[in-house]
Design a protein around this ligand. Structure first.
Ligand code: F6P
Length: 328
């Protein structure tokens, strides 16, 4: 099935990430370049159900490349999970004369796109946008690089005060199911230990490592902990345990939270957004659908959406060994 694409809808869905605006801008400008009309859907799938769409042209995306968040706004729509919600969404989709959809988001958003495609034969392309970097089929998701830089900058600041007071800090970073942010930002910020969801370090090993740090002359330490880490039940429990078992340590906790999702996108994320947006429009023009665009070895690639949703983006566990060596 391949009807000529004349009018594309673009939306951002799920958790926002820096670079989403730059990706919308790229989609809009690629459409204008190819004489295709473009509409922005507000608040993800919910906007399609509520018929909340705006026409977008080259000028409507001016000065958006540097802005964090998403000017189209985003949501996790419960109604779109129901057949009635999707019927409404499709009725509006058709009434607006649209014939293809580009979804910028994570795996939940792609699952929505796949169902929409299956039920109504709407051509759909996904652009991976999440700070977690946990999507199969791309080495980097939009916003991940910016989030890493945000976290490293924050930890550098925490390090200043930690070393002034000879303190141990547990710094919690985002990542419920994936340790990409913790591991890479942890290495980048010179953390003494990094705790991730993919491996249970064991609290005894953590204590042993902290004892070794002390013995080797370290007076302050940073332990980076992903939200979903399995070693403890969170940073506050880790703090209590260490305080009880190592009274010589003055321990503090810092939860970085949603500041990791905001901010102006890095140059890497802006360029990535541009390349992925242009590719998404190219694929639709070539009659392709049900694909997610991504970047692998600096080439823009495309894989089946179903594969992107079902398969797991594995973390490079050798980085834990590197982190261990560097923190000696
Ligand atoms: O998936 C992106 C993410 O930022 C996760 O790292 C985090 O666990 C989650 O979203 C937070 O979600 P919410 O904004 O709904 O609290």
């Amino acid at each position: 099935m391949s009807t000529k694409v004349t009018k594309i809808a673009v939306m951002t869905s799920g958790g926002d990430s820096p670079g989403m605006n730059a990706a919308v801008r790229a989609v809009v400008r690629a459409c204008v370049f190819n004489n295709i009309e473009c509409m922005g859907v507000l608040r993800g799938y919910q906007g399609l159900i509520d018929n909340d769409l705006i026409p977008l042209d080259s000028r409507s995306v001016r000065n958006t490349i540097s802005r964090g968040g998403t000017f189209l706004q985003t949501a996790r729509s419960k109604e779109f999970r129901t057949p009635e919600g999707r019927e409404k969404a499709y009725a509006n989709f058709k009434a607006n004369g649209l014939n293809a959809l580009i979804v910028i988001g994570g795996d939940g958003s792609f699952t929505g796109g796949m169902i929409f495609n299956k039920e109504f034969k709407v051509p759909v392309i996904g652009i991976p946008g999440t700070i977690d970097n946990d999507i199969y089929g791309t080495q980097f998701t939009l916003g991940y690089d910016t989030a890493l830089n945000t976290v490293v900058e924050a930890i550098d600041k925490i390090r200043d005060t930690a070393s002034s007071h000879n303190r141990l800090f547990f710094v919690e970073v985002m990542g419920r199911d994936a340790g990409f942010i913790a591991l890479n930002a942890g290495i980048g910020a010179g953390a003494e230990e990094i705790l991730i969801p993919e491996e249970n370090l064991g609290i005894e090993r953590l204590v042993e490592s902290l004892e070794n740090s002390k013995k080797s002359g370290k007076t302050s330490s940073i332990v980076v902990v992903a939200e979903g880490d399995k070693t403890g039940k969170g940073v506050f429990e880790l703090k209590d345990y260490v305080e009880k078992n190592m009274p010589e340590y003055d321990v503090r906790v810092s939860v970085l939270g949603h500041m990791q999702r905001g901010g102006s996108p890095s140059c890497f994320d802006r360029v990535l957004a541009g390349r992925l947006g242009v590719k998404a429009v190219d694929l639709l023009m070539g009659g392709q659908s049900n694909l997610m665009v991504g970047i692998n070895n600096n080439e823009i690639t495309a894989i089946n959406l179903e594969k992107a949703v079902k398969l797991h983006h594995d973390i490079n566990m050798d980085l834990l060994r590197v982190a261990d060596i560097l923190s000696i």
